[in-house]
Design a protein. Structure first.
Length: 363
């Protein structure tokens, strides 16, 4: 049985390599409009857990007979930065039943607590969008290809997983976002597509940057909508590279920034700029999650690697935490709290589950 409950100032460092972090708004808070815990609530004061330096944002939760409780959430720090790499032994489970004044600690070992693969309920898609206008093709194509391959290798899992996919698009001056490689979980397909880029790929030397922003954001929105229709939670990252400003003037800067501003909060948008002809302020506004700039083509791989780390960090900050509860049929609705500790930081969130039909034997 599976029962679903549906749910920043800018600091810029300019040197040879310059990067700017923007406000990170990629957590879905639509259930709890007054806070940042997703569908969760602050934990009861009786637990005396203290202030939260880590934020557990519950995206979904469900129960499975004979007695398994599953909670899917994202972990961020107090500034909204994702926290990846947590393990089951860093979590503590608390339950409060009808006869409990406060919460009781549930042993993670005795309850078979674990971080489980989340591919059945979560999909993460990355869109790599490359400027292949004339200036790139004639001046930095080899460096861009090398940096893009490195990006793919860093972002995609070593073993292909259906829940982690990437597509590659490119733009020039045409009113079209060209598809280089459809969405795939196979790293080699992405690499071959990049290696196949040639200097004669484009027939329009101009740059339709704003059109690329609008179109790629629309594609990411469509991927999230498709996932929802399949009862799957989804997140997406759009990574846009350019070496200049919008020259085609097909769309306005306002149109592009509106698309970014109105995009689903589970879409992270990054920008990578190259050279002296970019408008860093515009690229920072477009890259609402993070922006990075390279002074010359030799620094491209470093900048792509920085963005790839941040893309991977966000994807891996979603957790499916599961355990076997000692509560049994007849206990009704029980309160549940989960806390996590990461070095000196801690955070917690409270929810509830219905134990109707629960019995022993869960693993």
């Amino acid at each position: 049985m599976k029962t679903f409950f549906r749910i920043a100032p800018l600091l810029c460092l300019f040197a040879i390599l310059s990067s700017c972090g923007n406000s990170d708004d990629d957590i879905s808070f639509n259930i709890n409009q007054t806070g940042n815990l997703g569908k969760g609530i602050p934990v009861d004061a009786c637990l005396n857990l203290g202030d939260n330096e880590l934020i557990l944002s519950i995206q979904d939760q469900f129960t499975t007979l004979p007695g398994k409780v599953s909670i899917f959430f994202k972990v961020s720090d107090a500034d909204g930065n994702p926290v990846a790499g947590l393990t089951a032994n860093q979590f503590t489970i608390y339950e409060q039943g009808r006869n409990d004044d406060c919460f009781n600690t549930i042993s993670t070992s005795e309850s078979f607590a674990r971080i489980s693969p989340n591919s059945q309920i979560f999909s993460n898609n990355t869109l790599l969008v490359l400027d292949l206008s004339a200036s790139v093709l004639s001046g930095s194509l080899n460096e861009l290809k090398s940096a893009s391959v490195s990006f793919v290798n860093n972002v995609m899992p070593a073993v292909a997983q259906d829940s982690f996919k990437m597509a590659i698009y490119w733009f020039d001056g045409e009113d079209e976002l060209h598809l280089l490689q459809p969405l795939t979980a196979v790293k080699d397909e992405l690499t071959l597509a990049i290696e196949g880029i040639t200097q004669d790929i484009s027939n329009d030397p101009s740059t339709d940057l704003y059109g690329a922003v609008i179109k790629s954001t629309d594609i990411a929105e469509g991927l999230l909508d498709e996932a929802r229709s399949n009862s799957t939670i989804s997140a997406a990252s759009v990574v846009i590279f350019t070496d200049g400003t919008d020259q085609a003037s097909r769309y306005s800067e306002t149109d592009a920034l509106t698309a970014v501003r109105d995009a689903d909060l589970n879409i992270s948008i990054f920008t990578i700029g190259l050279g002296a002809e970019i408008d860093t302020e515009v690229l920072m506004d477009i890259g609402r999650t993070f922006s990075v700039f390279a002074g010359n083509k030799e620094q491209l791989e470093t900048t792509f690697n920085e963005i790839s780390f941040r893309v991977s960090e966000r994807a891996n900050s979603f957790y499916l935490f599961e355990y076997c509860t000692p509560k049994r049929d007849g206990s009704g609705v029980n309160n549940l709290a989960i806390s996590v500790t990461d070095d000196s930081r801690q955070g917690a969130v409270q929810s509830e589950f219905n134990a109707t039909g629960f019995s022993g034997g869960c693993q």
